[in-house]
Unconditional design. Structure first.
Length: 287
């Protein structure tokens, strides 16, 4: 049985470029089915020049909201009427809710997805030691914000372009973020309780991340937000050393679940059926 709200099929979407590979339509389709809501979720490829037009189209055609992915997460901000604290803090928007008055509110659910996945997959990590974040893009900003909000006392941010790490530390740091030179990343691993890759390195089609885990303490947790492939070389190297690892698929799912909640005020879960569907789509073996 499906529930009709306002006699209209609910509509949501994700916009980005490229977008063909997105797992979000499958994931939200699963949740529509599981929750009994009659809705659709599409993936729309949008070039930067067409961003505003697309937003207006969503507004005029009764969409409840939409997700935004690369490369539009900050470019979308000028078109919005209001930012929720999550988006203001991170400085990027991955979820927009369209109110019944047509007003657009921007949210960021990446940070929630990041921390929920970490807590679900890791049995805890040594919080008395700093967390080491590799990267300083939007994903790193969401991760840093989530860790600080969760009370992590210290974060080291290490990025190829040092100035971007410095901006991140200045904007978000509250005195709890230090910047580490990219050339010092292997050394920084030695003191870290949590090591997180938020760069694109290790993703299909990208170069590998070169990171030596030899100095990592036995209780260090290694987290890669890349989920294609799911078992990245970094995670495999960590497993080879007996370290706890966290893969990136749960972050995708939990940011999506938080967006579903924003739009439809409904809690949805990361059940085994969904995991199996996503693993199949990724070409991974479900273990
Ligand atoms: P996202 O919003 O998903 O975080 P992004 O803002 O494009 O994406 O950030 C990509 C991250 O991967 C950046 O930290 C980037 O480093 P720079 O700031 O120096 O560009 C990092 N990255 C991409 N290619 C890299 C490479 N070849 N070596 C090291 N870091 C790389």
């Amino acid at each position: 049985m499906t529930i009709q709200l306002n006699q209209q099929r609910l509509k949501a979407a994700v916009i980005g470029m490229p977008i063909r590979q997105s797992l979000s339509p499958m994931m939200h389709g699963h949740w529509f089915e599981a929750s009994g809501l009659d809705g659709s979720y599409s993936a729309v490829e949008v070039a930067s020049a067409d961003l505003e037009n697309q937003v207006r189209t969503f507004q005029q055609t009764g969409f409840t909201g939409f997700n935004i992915t690369v490369p539009h997460k900050t470019a979308i901000m000028p078109f919005l009427d209001k930012l929720a604290p999550s988006a203001r803090q991170v400085g990027a928007v991955n979820t927009v809710k369209i109110g019944s008055d047509g007003k657009l509110i921007g949210f960021n659910t990446d940070g929630v997805g990041f921390i929920k996945n970490l807590k679900e997959q890791a049995r805890g990590w040594p919080r008395d030691k700093p967390a080491l974040l590799l990267g300083a893009g939007g994903a790193a900003r969401a991760a840093a914000t989530a860790l600080l909000n969760d009370g992590v006392p210290m974060i080291m941010v290490c990025n190829r372009t040092r100035e971007k790490a410095q901006v991140l530390a200045d904007n978000l740091g509250r005195g709890r973020i230090t910047v580490v030179d990219w050339s010092e990343r292997n050394h920084a691993v030695t003191g870290a309780g949590l090591v997180v890759n938020t760069t694109v390195l290790g993703m299909v089609g990208q170069p590998q991340l070169s990171l030596d885990l030899a100095g990592a303490a036995a209780d260090t947790v290694v987290y890669d937000i890349v989920y294609k492939p799911l078992n990245t070389d970094l995670l495999q190297a960590a497993k080879n050393r007996g370290l706890q690892t966290v893969d990136g698929l749960g972050m995708l799912v939990h940011q999506g679940a938080a967006a579903f909640k924003v739009w439809f005020d409904m809690d949805v879960s990361y059940d085994d059926t969904l995991r199996a569907k996503l693993m199949t789509a990724l070409g991974e073996v479900n273990t």
